[in-house]
Design a protein around this ligand. Structure first.
Ligand code: CTP
Ligand code: CA
Length: 224
């Protein structure tokens, strides 16, 4: 092998990564969102780009910036993210879905700012489409699909359930129970499960280092 293929082992390979939260509009000035910073997804996208991959990063609203050159697609809502993912997925050899997609979205978006006229107010929500599960159904032989699971109880059981139900090759379990792990932190503690239900537990580390671990596990699959 020449120097280029040794230092850039993923040259020419298309990788798709999702990152950040989604914002679901309630009215022109309000939304339902979550505390995802986008750091984990950006770190994964940057790691793949540093290995020479042709990375498409589909991200919800975030202050993060990528370090390496990549194709960035900014989206706001879960519906927008679904649309972008469906357009990019079929050509991606590796897909990593680390975005914290809203599970519910308002049934209606008010055209005008909602006024505080009543003492009680409730919002009707409907389920969003599970993007990862949709891609799992579209997946063709040779494509690698990786999801995340964020759990606070029965972590292993729930994570393994999502791996099977969504037709994934790997699932990365994040637990909010661990001190120093989570949305706003610069560190994370993960456990990865593969289709054989084999479990790899990692130490708490920076999200940059966690991204390297996740990429390494994916590359093991890609070589197999
Ligand atoms: N996900 C998705 N589309 C959604 C919701 C989640 O693609 N509408 C993806 C996330 O990107 C993540 C994975 O599904 O990779 C798991 O998200 P998580 O919230 O842990 O699981 P859910 O399947 O949404 O189930 P629940 O929130 O009930 O635990
Ligand atoms: Ca969810």
């Amino acid at each position: 092998a020449n120097v280029v293929s040794a230092s850039l082992p993923l040259l020419g390979k298309k990788v798709m990564v999702t990152a950040g939260p989604t914002y679901e509009a309630i009215d022109p000035v309000r939304f339902i969102g979550n505390h995802s910073s986008g750091k984990m997804g950006f770190a994964i996208a940057d790691r793949f780009a540093s290995l020479g991959a042709d990375v498409t990063l589909i991200t919800g609203p975030t202050a993060e910036k990528s370090i390496y050159p990549l194709k960035r697609i900014d989206v706001v809502s879960a519906a927008d993210m679904l649309h972008a993912c469906k357009a990019e997925f079929s050509t991606a050899e590796i897909t990593v879905m680390s975005a914290a997609v809203a599970d519910y979205t308002p049934v209606q978006k008010a055209d005008q700012k909602i006024k505080k006229t009543s003492t009680e107010f409730s919002l009707e929500l409907k389920k969003t489409e599970d993007i990862l599960a949709t891609l799992g159904q579209l997946k063709k032989g040779g494509q690698i699909l990786v999801g995340f699971a964020l759990e606070t109880e029965n972590e292993e059981e729930y994570a393994k359930g999502k791996l099977v139900k969504k037709n994934l090759d790997l699932i990365v379990l994040n637990s909010l129970n661990d001190k120093g792990a989570g949305f706003k932190m610069d560190t994370n503690k993960i456990t990865i499960f593969n289709k054989a239900a084999e479990k790899t537990v990692f130490e708490m580390k920076s999200k940059t280092e966690v991204a390297i671990d996740i990429c390494n596990e994916i590359l093991k699959l890609a070589k197999a």
